[in-house]
Design a protein around this ligand. Structure first.
Ligand SMILES: C[S@@+](CC[C@H](N)C(=O)[O-])C[C@H]1O[C@@H](n2cnc3c(N)ncnc32)[C@H](O)[C@@H]1O
Length: 219
């Protein structure tokens, strides 16, 4: 019988196979992957990173909004596929982490295109104006649902909304897997997925990749 990680949403041998086929990063992305692994900083999983790269390659976004910057890994990943006059605004509420991200972004020579704003995204997102071709939600999972209307407002037509961790170690999919203290977050993630599926302005798919990812396009 296959032993599998209780947090995995697909069999680990499938994940191992997918990961084995992904070309490794070099330079600062590789360094940040190692740093994140060493310090247990939650950056996107390799297959989710690959999905982000593919979607950015298709879209070549001009303006990107990211909620949840951590040390700048996914922002730097997306910057590789940014339109040459493009920009990324990434939000991070922890001041030390935001400062660390700024240093990494500076080191990568991307400070002119990536802005790290230290703020609470719950308050900052409703106040944002402008247009974004791609929005990546990877911050406070319990509040994705509260940011949905603003994300739709901020997205351009044809813009892409990507949200990570929506299956939340499988808990979102099945009551039996839900830990008591996670009930609220799980309920809100279910609501967030259903709302994206039902909103007439969006075409959305839920992918069992990484920790579960939704990809929605604004029609
Ligand atoms: C999963 S990590 C982001 C990883 C990053 N996107 C990457 O893959 O490189 C989530 C980050 O969101 C931040 N965060 C959580 N709640 C937030 C909030 N309300 N506003 C802004 N940032 C928040 C956390 O401090 C954490 O650094």
């Amino acid at each position: 019988m296959i032993e599998y990680d209780k947090d995995a949403i697909v069999y680990p041998y499938i994940t191992d196979f997918i990961r084995a086929g992904i070309p490794p990063h070099s330079g600062i992305l590789k360094e940040l992957e190692e740093e994140a692994a060493r310090e247990e900083i939650p950056v996107v999983q390799p297959e989710t990173a690959r999905l982000l790269s593919v979607l950015c390659e298709i879209k070549r976004p001009k303006h990107v909004l990211e909620v949840g910057c951590a040390i700048g890994y996914s922002a730097l990943l997306m910057a590789q596929k940014l339109d040459k006059d493009g920009s990324i605004l990434t939000l991070e509420w922890d001041a030390e982490t935001a400062e660390r991200a700024r240093r990494n972004i500076e080191r990568a020579g991307e400070s002119s295109r990536i802005t790290v704003r230290c703020c609470d995204a719950k308050e900052a997102v409703p106040a944002l104006t402008g247009e974004y071709d791609l929005i990546f939600l990877d911050g406070p999972k319990a509040h994705y649902i509260h940011m949905l209307n603003d994300c739709i407002r901020l997205l351009t037509k044809g813009g892409i909304l990507i949200a990570d961790n929506v299956l939340y170690k499988g808990m979102t999919a099945d009551d039996e897997h839900v830990i008591r203290r996670k009930i609220t977050i799980v309920k809100r993630l279910r609501h967030f997925i259903a709302a994206q599926m039902q909103r007439g302005e969006l075409e959305c798919v839920l992918l069992p990749l990484g920790d579960g990812v939704t990809v929605a396009v604004k029609k």
